[in-house]
Design a protein around this ligand. Structure first.
Ligand code: THU
Length: 146
C-alpha cells in the first residue's frame, strides 16, 4: 500500500466491506459505483453505496449514504476509520478521495465523538491513508454552533 505501511487485517476487512457495498450502488447515470465502509470503535462496520437520481444533482454519494445509515442507527461518534472504493475500470487508477460534501458529512459524525478517522482511499495499486482533518482542515461542525 502507499502511504507508509501495510494494511492491517481490520483495514483489509473494511475495504472488502466497501467493495461489497459498491456492488449494490444505484448508479445508472454515471455507471460509477462507489462503496464506503465506516468502522466504529466497537468494531461495527456500517457501509453504503452511491444512490443516484434522474434529477442528477440529487444523487447521494456512498459516504453520505453510509453516514446517514449510521446516524439513523443511533451512532453519534466513535468513527475510527473509513474505506472508500471506486470502480476498477474508470479513471487513472489513482485512489478515490471523498468529495468535498462528503468530507463535511463525515466530519459531522467524527466530531460528535471527537475522533479524527483514517480515510482509506482505495486505488488500483495502492491504498492512500489520510486523516479526515487533512482532507478537511479547520472544519465547521456541531461545536461551531454552541
Ligand atoms: N461519488 C461518491 O459516491 N463518492 C465520492 O466521494 C465521489 C463521487 C459518486 C457520486 C456519483 O454517483 C458518482 O460517484 C459519479 O460522480
Amino acid at each position: 500500500m502507499g502511504g507508509g505501511s501495510e494494511l492491517s487485517a481490520n483495514e483489509a476487512k473494511l475495504i472488502d466491506a466497501a467493495r461489497d457495498a459498491a456492488t449494490r450502488a444505484y448508479a445508472p447515470y454515471s455507471d460509477y459505483a462507489v462503496g464506503a465502509a465506516l468502522l466504529f470503535d466497537d468494531g461495527t462496520v456500517i457501509a453504503g453505496s452511491n444512490v443516484e437520481n434522474a434529477s442528477y444533482g440529487l444523487s447521494l454519494c456512498a459516504e453520505t449514504t453510509a453516514v446517514a445509515k449510521a446516524l439513523n442507527e443511533g451512532r453519534r461518534g466513535g468513527l475510527v476509520a473509513v474505506a472508500v472504493t471506486g470502480p476498477a475500470d474508470k479513471g487513472d487508477g489513482a485512489p478515490i478521495t471523498p468529495c468535498g460534501r462528503c468530507r463535511q458529512v463525515l466530519s459531522e459524525l467524527a466530531q460528535l465523538g471527537g475522533t479524527d478517522p483514517a480515510i482509506l482511499c482505495v486505488g488500483q495499486n495502492e491504498v492512500r491513508r489520510v486523516r479526515l482533518s487533512d482532507l478537511l482542515p479547520h472544519a465547521f461542525g456541531p461545536a461551531s454552533l454552541d
